[in-house]
Design a protein around this ligand. Structure first.
Ligand SMILES: [Ca+2]
Ligand SMILES: [Ca+2]
Length: 169
């Protein structure tokens, strides 16, 4: 009798596992987090915007490009979770810049103007010649501009690499 019950339980576990396997989600490298078809890496170290841009490229990715409220909300939620005690003092570089033309914000990786934008209160203010975009902890991780030379955390993003031939390291 006990044995029969055990077999039934095993069977149920198997079904639950099968139901939990995500369909169509990105296959992300270890340490990266998944949202829809995209993988994100939140840096452990800090660097200037330019260095962060290069580091993401070297990791077969680019600085984060935000194109929807859903995507920004995901990042806000991840960062708020990650920085429960120090969010006020934390900023993360993303790919936006107005280096070319002041106050014309583009994504550096594509050269396209931002189609979605969600500034933190009082931003952008071009303080200290702020030409690079970050997610600003003290502004609820909404967008802000800052001096590109500041050393901040950064977010790399990569699209689903499954089957693309990219070596997953
Ligand atoms: Ca600016
Ligand atoms: Ca600013």
């Amino acid at each position: 009798m006990t044995q029969v019950k055990m077999e039934s339980w095993n069977c149920l576990l198997l079904v639950l596992f099968a139901l939990c396997v995500p369909g169509g989600l990105a296959t992300c490298r270890k340490g990266w987090v998944t949202f829809e078809d995209t993988c994100y890496l939140f840096s452990h170290g800090k660097s200037s915007w330019g260095e962060a841009y290069s580091t993401c490229l070297a990791l077969h990715s680019n600085l984060a490009v935000i194109t929807s409220a859903e995507q920004q909300n995901f990042l806000i939620s991840e960062l708020t979770d990650k920085h429960r005690t120090d969010a006020w003092n934390v900023l993360y570089w993303i790919d936006g810049t107005d280096l070319e033309v002041e106050n014309v914000w583009k994504w550096a990786i594509s050269g396209e103007k931002l189609s979605y934008i969600n500034w933190a209160d009082g931003e952008p203010n071009n303080a200290q010649g702020g030409n690079c975009m970050n997610l600003y902890g003290n502004g609820g991780f909404k967008m802000a501009d800052d001096d590109c030379e500041l050393h901040l955390y950064y977010i790399c993003q990569a699209t689903n690499v499954e089957g693309s031939g990219v070596v997953i390291g």
